[in-house]
Design a protein around this ligand. Structure first.
Ligand SMILES: NC(=O)c1ccc[n+]([C@@H]2O[C@H](COP(=O)([O-])OP(=O)(O)OC[C@H]3O[C@@H](n4cnc5c(N)ncnc54)[C@H](OP(=O)(O)O)[C@@H]3O)[C@@H](O)[C@H]2O)c1
Length: 260
């Protein structure tokens, strides 16, 4: 039995309780989507749900606490969404982890412990793979689907602050998207990667940090990014008539990096 009412579709946003993920959830709700979100911290998920219900009193949301590294827990989350609403039509792989050294700078590659490397790959890359694997069969059956992977500027050019594990994991997302395109493009499914530039969030800290001030100095439009800058692009990509945008890597960085 599924809850029934008209909606733009059913979206899942991983890491949707804060930052870019939260802005994306709000943007999708505004566009008429039912949205399921999770992050690993119960208090943040609950706070997000309260904020969303206050802002959108009649919205349909499903908010839960899941650690992306817990494959069974992740499977239960997607099964609950399917049971409640039916097949997922858009997946935004947004959750990410970017550990820093004690001074807020990156750990030198030769000092990265294997456990930390594994943690980063597990969340940023394997978590995205597992989430895609959960939704692709339903999308293929429905012959429609939208997958958006949140990469990073650090995967597009010489990284300034991000560590090697983060850069490697985010770079690999473009390969994941390419594989989805080659296997699923004929089934109405698109996969695109958005690479955000510097945006103050829980992950990157407030605008006043040294890292954010240094980033601001590099950005030609003379402002840091906002979570909504990314959320609007996601909402555009998941529209039905965005189907010709497939396999793209979309830089959203205020002009800090412009590929040739
Ligand atoms: N902000 C930037 O400048 C920037 C630039 C480029 C790319 N990005 C990417 O944008 C995405 C969103 O980041 P953000 O800046 O919005 O930071 P954020 O607010 O810290 O969001 C990261 C999200 O990932 C979730 N997450 C991390 N580990 C998880 C795990 N094991 N299981 C489940 N959820 C987990 C976090 O949940 P908890 O809070 O519960 O840990 C949080 O909801 C990330 O993929 C990040 O790499 C950000």
């Amino acid at each position: 039995m599924t809850e029934d009412s008209e909606s733009a579709g059913i979206a899942v946003v991983t890491g949707g309780a804060t930052g870019i993920g939260f802005a994306t959830v709000a943007q999708l709700i505004e566009a008429g989507w039912r949205v399921a979100l999770f992050s690993q911290t119960r208090g943040r998920v609950e706070a997000a749900a309260v904020k969303l219900r206050a802002r959108f009193p009649v919205c349909k949301i499903h908010a839960d606490t899941v650690d992306l590294r817990d494959q069974d827990g992740l499977g239960r989350f997607f099964a609950n969404v399917r049971e409640r609403w039916g097949a997922v039509s858009a997946l935004v792989c947004n959750a990410g982890y970017s550990p820093k050294g004690p001074d807020g700078q990156r750990l030198a590659l030769s000092n990265i412990p294997l456990a930390q490397w594994d943690h980063v790959i597990r969340v940023n890359l394997t978590g995205a793979f597992l989430s895609c694997r959960e939704v692709l069969p339903g999308m293929a059956e429905a012959r429609q689907g939208r997958i958006v992977l949140i990469g990073s500027l650090a995967a597009r050019t010489q990284p300034k602050i991000a560590g090697a594990s983060y850069v490697a994991s985010k770079s690999a997302l473009a390969g994941l998207a390419r594989s989805i395109v080659s296997e699923y493009a004929g089934l109405g499914i698109t996969a695109n990667t958005i690479c955000p530039g510097r945006i103050p969030t829980e992950m990157t800290g407030p605008p006043e940090t040294a890292g954010n001030r240094a980033a601001l100095a590099r950005i030609p439009i003379e402002r840091l990014g906002r979570p909504e800058d990314i959320a609007r692009v996601v909402e555009f990509l998941v529209r039905p008539d965005s189907d010709f945008i497939n396999g793209a890597i979309i830089d959203v960085n205020g002009g800090e990096f412009v590929p040739t």
